[in-house]
Design a protein around this ligand. Structure first.
Ligand code: PLP
Length: 395
């Protein structure tokens, strides 16, 4: 018999985001004519920027002609995109060479490929509430997970030096709490990781939302990080590539464990597990990193920032302390009256057709909290904020 991997045998329930989608599907099948205001899963309202669309059209035309047709792309990414990403970092005074850049079909593929590189007996540290994929990927590998709580205001705490960790997952700005870690805190994590030869997997999926120049947007800005940290990037939320799929992994040359350079092993991983990323998509990604592309994506990010300001005003007027909305296009808060995140989810959906995200999705420390997205259209956000206000105000 073809036995099933233990994780899939034992995980009878859907992934956390799957549970939310299932609850929405149940509601829509019972109320097919109701319009929903989707402020939950981070689906975007702004289209892909013209620079990227034009580049992808041009790439498709190239593929349509024998003289410019191209087939398989290099497993680690096309040179043009690896160079564009490296230059993007170099422009911020972060030394990075193009062969330290690995192109992926999104951050999820990067995270999952990196998780495959490490031994099953690595002890994993995750600071929650955070993006649930970190815990799921490590459970899939059968690893022991140590969960640490974010500070009450959602910030990343200093490392607990009494705890030994081999793999450390950090997300900054952190989804869902919205906190962007400062230099001092990240330096403490880098020192801690170097001391015990751990590796930090630093998820920078929301780095483009950070506008405060005093805050690091990359772990590679931190002294000592090149010997202990890998960065994961995504164009999903910054360039509306959720459906197109493009991300990257940055692995410094000098990062070695067991005497093995991790960049070399990740190169092998890409050769075994993927056959590279679509040429068309990579040309689109390259265009995002041009001055035009950057100016265009900033305009979309400003729209999300204005939505976030509206949510901030709404939460403040309800006297609900919140995190996020500044460095992250999500807002996170404790539910009123001791409600669970799922109770608030059900109530908002059934009474107001507003879909949010229960904090429980982001791990045990997200219990009793709730996340709202600022990625919808301004019109839907305004209507959802009004409906949310009415629902909470009468509690
Ligand atoms: N990392 C974080 C923190 C996220 O919130 C998300 C998506 O919501 C991802 C990674 C996944 O990104 P991608 O769409 O590039 O796989």
């Amino acid at each position: 018999m073809a036995g099933i991997h233990r994780f899939y045998r034992e995980s009878a329930t859907l992934s956390p985001f799957g549970q939310v989608e299932e609850a929405i599907a149940r509601y829509t099948s019972a109320h097919p004519s109701q319009k929903l205001f989707r402020m939950g899963i981070g689906e975007l309202s702004q289209p892909i920027c013209p620079a990227a669309v034009n580049a992808m059209k041009q790439a498709a035309i190239e593929l349509s002609k024998a003289e410019t047709f191209r087939g398989y792309q290099p497993e680690c990414g096309a040179g043009f995109l690896r160079r564009a990403i490296a230059s993007h970092y170099q422009a911020r005074s972060i030394p990075l060479s193009s062969n330290e850049v690995f192109v992926t079909s999104g951050a999820t593929e990067g995270l999952s490929g990196l998780s495959d590189l490490f031994a099953a007996d690595c002890r994993v540290q995750i600071v929650e509430p955070t993006y649930p994929a970190y815990a799921l990927l490590n459970r899939l590998q059968g690893r022991e997970i140590f969960r640490m709580a974010c500070l009450p205001d959602g910030r990343l705490p200093l490392p607990d030096r009494s705890c030994r960790a081999d793999l450390i997952f950090l997300c900054s700005p952190n989804n869902p709490t919205g906190a962007a870690a400062d230099h001092t805190t990240l330096k403490a994590w880098v020192d801690y990781a170097n001391e015990q030869e751990a590796v930090i997997l630093f998820d920078a999926a929301y780095e483009a939302f950070v506008t405060d120049p005093t805050l690091p947007r990359s772990i590679l800005e931190i002294e000592g990080a090149r010997s202990c940290a890998i960065e994961i990037g995504s164009l999903s939320k910054t360039a509306s590539f959720t459906g197109v799929r493009l991300g990257y992994v940055l692995i410094p040359h000098q990062l070695k464990r067991d005497g093995i350079a991790l960049a070399d092993r990740f190169r092998e991983h890409c050769a075994i597990r993927t056959n590279g990323v679509s040429y068309i998509v990579q040309r689109g990604g390259e265009a995002v990193f041009t001055p035009d592309g950057q100016a265009q994506i900033r305009r979309a990010l400003d729209i999300y920032r204005r939505n976030a300001s509206l949510w901030k005003q709404t939460l403040s007027s309800l006297s609900l302390p919140y995190g996020g909305g500044t460095h992250l296009p999500f807002l996170f808060f404790r539910c009123p009256n001791g409600m669970s995140g799922w109770e608030l989810f059900d109530r908002l959906l059934s009474e107001k057709q507003v879909v949010g995200m229960p904090g429980e999705v982001f791990g045990p420390f997200g219990k009793g909290c709730f996340r709202l997205s600022a990625l919808s259209s301004p019109a839907d956000t305004a209507e959802a904020a009004q409906r949310f206000f009415e629902a909470i105000n009468k509690l």
